[in-house]
Design a protein around this ligand. Structure first.
Ligand code: SAM
Length: 213
């Protein structure tokens, strides 16, 4: 995706109380030390401007949420959304998800959302795709035994790749669809992301799977 530099965003993220500056310090102790409770933690990897996870956190106060985004120029938009109406169950991290195992301990995360992950269409970049087996291994190392991954995309090639990678990496596909918005059971309670609104508005069907181990 094309990125606009937002001057001052790095400093704004660093100064924001809801963006965790040294996330590795809380490994294994997120619920107790960051959220001051024992509630389950769900994360969104590649959250972009944060519409999805912010709405999810608003609807589910009994769950802790952590949004992860690589770029401060994007994350700043999510922070702006919550600044006037902070949510006690939502925090952000600016980081590359490659290092996710340094941040969360084994079994610390109950669920992971991947929404409209960058497709990295060249074969030689396949390992950068978030639903690739390489990332699935990292995610397996932070999820609870029953933990699941929910992945949405408008990119059919990326989705077909993801449907092959999951079983190859030892995951079970719980459910999947090539047309989420016309699948009443999978679409129930669906929260649209920024990209989902844009692409479905252009007539692209949205694909989704849920996987577990
Ligand atoms: N999830 C949002 C949505 O659906 O509207 C944003 C989708 S955008 C195409 C993908 C986002 O994932 C970008 O903001 C990008 O910076 C972020 N991203 C890609 N790879 C990442 C990684 N390895 N770690 C953290 N964030 C990543």
């Amino acid at each position: 995706m094309r990125l606009k530099n937002v001057p001052g965003s790095r400093e704004a993220v660093a100064n924001c109380a809801f963006a965790i500056d040294e996330p590795g310090e809380f490994k294994g102790r997120w619920a107790r030390e960051v959220f001051d409770n024992d509630l389950p933690i769900y994360i969104e990897v590649g959250m972009g401007k944060g519409k999805f996870i912010t709405e999810l956190a608003r609807r589910n106060p009994q769950i802790n949420y952590v949004g992860i985004e690589k770029y401060s120029s994007v994350l700043i938009r999510a922070i702006e959304k919550t600044q006037n109406d902070p949510l006690p169950n939502l925090r952000f991290i600016r980081m590359d998800a490659e290092d996710i195992e340094d941040i969360f301990a084994k079994g610390e995360v109950a669920g992971i959302y991947l929404n409209f992950s960058d497709p990295w269409p060249k074969d030689r970049h396949a390992k950068r795709r978030l639903p690739s087996r390489r990332f699935l291994e990292r995610f397996a190392n932070i999820l609870t035994d029953e933990g699941s991954i929910e992945f949405k995309t408008d990119n059919r090639e990326l989705f077909e790749f993801a449907l092959e990678e999951a079983p190859a990496a030892g995951w079970k596909i719980v459910c999947s669809t090539f047309d989420l918005h016309n699948d009443p059971s999978m679409n129930e309670g669906n929260i649209m992301t920024e990209y989902e609104e844009k692409f479905s508005g252009q007539g692209h069907p949205i694909c989704k799977y849920v996987i577990t181990r």
